[in-house]
Design a binder for this molecule. Structure first.
Ligand SMILES: O=C(O)CCC(=O)C(=O)O
Ligand SMILES: [Fe+2]
Length: 337
């Protein structure tokens, strides 16, 4: 049987020999082939329509999402805010590469959801707890704006004795996947320092590390990379957190010298987080979101020390930290929801 292309060739040849279309149509075999072509289009019309509908319904939105998400920075921020999912803090791939965005309170302020002020209306100070049950945690703290410090949260962990600058340096070695991931896909925040990236951070001199030279305060996420399992062997899900709330594979580490800390900001994530103070003392200053001035306590200040786990809703409270005392502060934390 002739293919469509061969048939077209035959028609062209007939034309060049001066045979008209009308004459050709008198041939039964030509009429038959033409009818079959028509029939094919009629039989497959449903498929053609369904294919076009599917393309418009799925492929077009996916392609547009991709273009907005990955090709424009503002699009990326707005979409992530809209579809905020696991492991997104003010922590997302594209925001990573533009640290100034996350440190600008004004810009974050302009894209965050306003807080329902009834959530902070009765909150006047941090609460302290020990021996906290899942039920009490869920009822009073997990999804409220009440900040909490659990004093016995790190019992049976080895993190305090293990996780320090020297140990972290053995995980994030030059050329390692762990280091590469933080640099390329996770986030590194050089808050109070001229240090630009993790290599530089782990290469600093002993005297700088000890605070005898330039200052430094940094934070980073491992976004579930190879370092996550190593670090997880030194801490557990805090005992008061029900397992069902443990969805984040990302650990956050913040460390730095006395006198420094993270500037005032609000977290760009969907949920609250916990943070375990491994070494050093850190002062937290929480400030009410502007829409709740007059309704909520304007400022809550408290200090955490080694062994404490603090829990708070950093997506609603503006917050900043300052390392106090004489020791370097090292913390590890994560989100839950
Ligand atoms: O630990 C710090 O210095 C800042 C941490 C922070 O901002 C957070 O966990 O949301
Ligand atoms: Fe934060």
């Amino acid at each position: 049987m002739a293919t469509a292309r061969e048939f077209e060739g035959i028609l062209k040849q007939a034309d060049s020999l001066g045979v008209s279309d009308e004459q050709l149509n008198r041939l039964k075999s030509i009429r038959k082939i033409r009818n079959e072509g028509k029939k094919w289009r009629q039989q497959n019309a449903d498929f053609i329509i369904a294919g076009s509908v599917l393309f418009i319904a799925f492929a077009l939105p996916v392609m547009s999402y991709y273009l907005i998400q990955f090709k424009t920075r503002l699009g990326s921020i707005l979409l992530q805010r809209f579809f905020a999912t696991n492991d997104q803090y003010y922590k997302t791939e594209n925001v990573t590469k533009h640290n100034c965005i996350v440190q600008s309170r004004e810009l974050i302020d302009s894209i965050r959801h306003p807080v329902d002020c009834s959530r902070c209306a009765g909150v006047t100070d941090v609460k302290y707890a020990t021996n906290l049950s899942h039920e009490e945690f869920l009822e009073k703290y997990a999804f409220t704006m009440q900040p909490l410090v659990v004093k016995d949260g790190q019992i049976n962990w080895t993190a305090r004795e293990t996780i320090n600058f020297g140990y972290l340096k053995t995980i994030y070695t030059p050329g390692s996947k762990a280091l590469d991931m933080v640099n390329s896909r996770c986030q590194f925040f050089p808050y109070n320092t001229d240090i630009d990236n993790m290599e530089e951070f782990f290469n600093m001199s002993k005297s700088r590390l000890e605070g005898k030279e330039d200052h430094w305060y940094v934070g980073w996420s491992n976004c579930g990379g190879p370092s996550a399992n190593v670090l997880k062997s030194h801490y557990k899900l805090p005992y008061f957190l029900p397992m069902e709330l443990d969805h984040s594979r990302t650990d956050w580490i913040f460390m730095g010298l006395p006198g420094y800390g993270a500037p005032m900001h609000v977290d760009y994530v969907t949920s609250s987080s916990w943070q375990a103070q491994l070494t050093g003392y850190k002062k937290w200053t929480l400030e009410t979101p502007p829409e709740c001035y007059g309704t909520c306590q304007s400022q809550i200040v408290f200090t955490v020390g080694p062994g404490d786990i603090m829990v708070f809703d950093g997506t609603s409270w503006f917050h900043k930290t300052d390392v106090v005392g004489d020791d370097m502060s090292v913390v590890i934390g994560s989100e839950y929801y």
